[in-house]
Design a protein around this ligand. Structure first.
Ligand SMILES: *Cc1c(COP(=O)(O)O)cnc(C)c1O
Length: 232
């Protein structure tokens, strides 16, 4: 991995985490009941270390190579993180990630369910929902989510929740998307509604998010896409 141009200071991280908890409370949420997934993509190895030192064990990465490099670098250290894969997932990456990933949050199609059932039997997943019907966006269409959840469960995977991404710059559309995904989580009897990023945390908490995925709010501005990610 290349040198991180903006190292993460553990004290700055602790302050940022306090601010995040204030924002959750300000939006009417209970920080004890909403998991914070620390998204370390683009940051160096000191980012996951800062999160772990502050008691955040759930870490998120978008790119296979970058997740594997960080997981490998931390191997053997305590406490151990639970890595969540939150990026676009290609079937051929599953095999490489299997030893490292605790939760696959971006499962959005039957072919991925089949590959995971084969390579990672019993794995914990979220179904990613494209709740805003933007054609370029990944995610399962809302009317196919029930089927995909059933398929995954039949294949022996543990569907722990739904994940969705808001619409950049459109609070009204984002709030509608979060409301509809929270309703789907309730209808399907699932555990987690993984929604809310640094820019739309409050909208997600108001809609009933149980897991917010935060990068910049915790670590500051993301340096850039790492070389590892470009190779992905
Ligand atoms: C990058 C990313 C995040 C974190 O984004 P921030 O704006 O830095 O909080 C959360 N979820 C997904 C799916 C991401 O790709």
């Amino acid at each position: 991995m290349t040198v991180d141009p903006s190292p993460v200071d553990p004290r700055a991280f602790a302050r940022n985490l306090d601010l995040v908890r204030d924002r959750i409370v300000g939006a009417g949420g209970d920080p004890e009941r909403i998991s914070v997934l620390a998204v370390t993509k683009g940051f160096g190895i000191d980012a996951p270390r800062a999160a772990l030192a502050a008691g955040l064990f759930d870490l998120g990465e978008n790119y296979a190579q970058e997740l594997i490099e960080k997981a490998t670098a931390l191997a053997g250290e305590a406490p151990a993180p639970a890595w969540h894969f939150i990026g676009g997932l290609q079937s051929n990456k599953v095999r490489l990630l299997v030893d490292h990933v605790a939760c696959w949050q971006s499962v959005d199609r039957a072919s991925l369910v089949r590959e995971l059932a084969k390579r990672a039997p019993g794995a914990t997943i979220h179904i990613q929902v494209n709740a805003t019907a933007e054609p370029q966006k990944s995610g399962c269409p809302p009317d196919e989510v029930g089927d995909l959840v059933a398929r995954a469960t039949e294949a022996g995977l543990v569907v722990d929740g739904l994940m969705t991404i808001g619409v950049d710059g459109d609070d009204a559309a984002t709030a509608r998307a979060f409301d509809s995904v929270a309703a789907m989580v309730a209808d399907l009897g699932l555990h987690h509604a993984s929604m809310g990023m640094s820019a739309d945390l409050e909208l997600a908490v108001r809609a009933g998010s149980t897991m917010v995925r935060l990068g910049t709010a915790l670590f500051g501005t993301r340096p850039r896409r790492s070389d590892a990610a470009v190779r992905d």
